[in-house]
Ligand binder design. Structure first.
Ligand SMILES: CC(C)(COP(=O)(O)OP(=O)(O)OC[C@H]1O[C@@H](n2cnc3c(N)ncnc32)[C@H](O)[C@@H]1OP(=O)(O)O)[C@@H](O)C(=O)NCCC(=O)NCCS
Length: 329
C-alpha cells in the first residue's frame, strides 16, 4: 500500500512523521490527551503529522488492529494540543486523511470510538460527517464511508485525469478556452510551438495533473459524459490568489463539441460534493468574465450567488460567485 504523500488543503498539510517529530508530539500531550488516549507510545509514529505554517500542530492516524473492526474498516485517531485547538485543524486533517484512504488504500469505512465525555472529539465526528452507530462498551461508535475515488450523478462522472485524455485536451486547447483560461502570454507560447511540441507539452501537463492528484491544494478532473469520455475539464483550487486561504476556487471548460449540454453544471455539483467529503473548505468561489454568458450560467445553475466584481489587468469585468459547501450540523 503506498504510504501517505504530503497532502494539503492550503491551510493544513498532513505528511509522514520525520526525525524530531516524535519529541514534538510527546511535548504536545496534555491532560486532555492522557484522559482520552492514555499514556501514549514512547516513540509515536502516527500515519501523519498535522503541519500548519511549517510547525507540527498534532497528528492523525488510522489502524486496522481493533478486534471489533470488519474487513475494510479502519479506526481513526487524532490529537491537537490545547494551544492549537478550536481552529479547525483537526477536522481538516481528518478530511485529508479520508482523502488519502480514498486515493491510496483499499479501505472503505472509517470508524471512531469516542469517550462519552470527549465533547471536542464528538463535535469533530459530527462535523466531519460520521454517523453514530450506537455504543461499544459504553463509548459512542461512529462510522463514515471512505469517499469514492471518482464521483458520478449517473449522467456525468468526474475522475482523475489520465495521459489518455490527450486528444480531447488538444481539441480543447485549439479553442476559445485559450483566451478565457490561459494567463497572458501563454497563448503566444503555445502558438510558437510545433504540433509535436504542443503534443508533448499537453501530455506533460496531463501526466503532472495525474501524478499530483490527491496531494492538493488543487485537484483537476476530467469529466466523462454518458456516452463520450472527457467532455470537459473542471478543477478546484484551495490555494488560489483570488479567494480566501481556506476556501476553494472552481474553474471549468467544456470541450468544443460538448457545450450547452448541462454537463459542466453537473460536474461542478460533483466537485462541491468532492470538496465536502475530502476537504474542510467552507465555501467555493466561481469567478467568471461577465461577458462569458455560458460560464456565468453554470455559476448560477449550481446555486452560486454573485457577490461582487472587479476589472482585471486585461480590462475584463470578473464577477465573483460564492456557494456554501453543504456540511452536516
Ligand atoms: C479531539 C481534538 C483533536 C479536537 O480538536 P479541536 O481543535 O476542537 O477540533 P477542530 O480542529 O475540528 O476545531 C474545531 C473548532 O474550530 C472551528 N473551526 C474554524 N474553522 C474551521 C474549519 N474550517 N473546519 C472546522 N472547524 C473550524 C470550529 O467552529 C470549532 O470551534 P469551537 O471549538 O469553538 O466549537 C482535541 O480536543 C484533542 O486533541 N483532544 C485530545 C485527544 C483526543 O481526545 N483525541 C480523540 C480521541 S477519540
Amino acid at each position: 500500500m503506498p504510504s501517505l504523500r504530503p497532502t494539503t488543503d492550503g491551510v493544513v498539510t498532513i505528511r509522514r512523521p520525520r526525525a524530531g517529530d516524535a519529541a514534538t508530539l510527546i511535548a504536545g500531550r496534555d491532560e486532555e490527551f492522557h484522559r482520552f488516549l492514555g499514556p501514549g507510545a514512547t516513540d509515536p509514529n502516527p500515519v501523519a503529522c498535522i503541519v500548519v505554517g511549517g510547525s507540527v500542530v498534532g497528528w492523525v492516524d488510522f489502524d486496522v488492529e481493533r478486534t471489533w473492526l470488519r474487513p475494510g474498516e479502519v479506526n481513526l485517531g487524532y490529537n491537537v494540543p490545547a494551544a492549537h485547538r478550536g481552529r479547525g485543524y483537526a477536522t481538516r486533517a481528518v478530511q485529508l486523511l479520508m482523502h488519502h484512504l480514498a486515493t491510496d488504500t483499499p479501505h472503505h469505512m472509517a470508524t471512531l470510538l469516542i469517550a462519552p465525555d470527549n465533547a471536542r472529539s464528538l463535535a469533530l465526528a459530527q462535523r466531519a460527517g460520521f454517523i453514530r452507530q450506537g455504543d461499544l462498551d459504553g463509548n459512542p461508535y461512529w462510522k463514515r464511508p471512505v469517499p469514492a475515488p471518482s464521483y458520478t450523478d449517473g449522467v456525468v462522472t468526474i475522475r482523475r485525469q489520465q495521459p489518455s485524455d490527450l486528444e480531447a485536451d488538444l481539441e480543447a486547447k485549439a479553442d476559445e478556452q485559450i483566451d478565457r483560461l490561459w494567463m497572458p502570454g501563454q497563448r503566444e507560447l503555445w502558438e510558437a510551438m510545433t504540433p509535436v511540441e504542443q503534443r508533448a507539452h499537453a501530455l506533460a501537463g496531463l501526466v503532472a495533473n495525474h501524478d499530483r492528484f490527491g496531494r492538493g491544494p488543487k485537484w483537476t478532473f476530467s469529466v466523462d459524459g454518458p456516452t463520450t469520455p472527457n467532455v470537459a475539464c473542471v478543477d478546484c483550487d484551495l490555494a488560489n490568489a483570488h479567494v480566501p486561504a481556506d476556501e476553494a476556487n472552481i474553474s471549468y471548460a467544456a470541450h468544443p463539441a460538448h457545450r450547452g449540454t448541462g454537463h459542466v453544471s453537473r460536474a461542478v455539483r460533483l466537485v462541491l460534493a468532492f470538496l465536502r467529503d475530502n476537504t474542510g473548505a467552507p465555501r467555493a468561489h466561481v469567478i467568471a468574465d461577465v461577458d462569458n454568458v455560458a460560464s456565468v450560467r453554470v455559476a448560477v445553475a449550481v446555486g452560486a450567488r454573485p457577490v461582487g466584481s472587479w476589472v482585471d489587468d486585461q480590462g475584463r469585468t470578473m464577477v465573483r460567485h460564492v456557494i456554501e459547501i453543504d456540511r452536516p450540523g
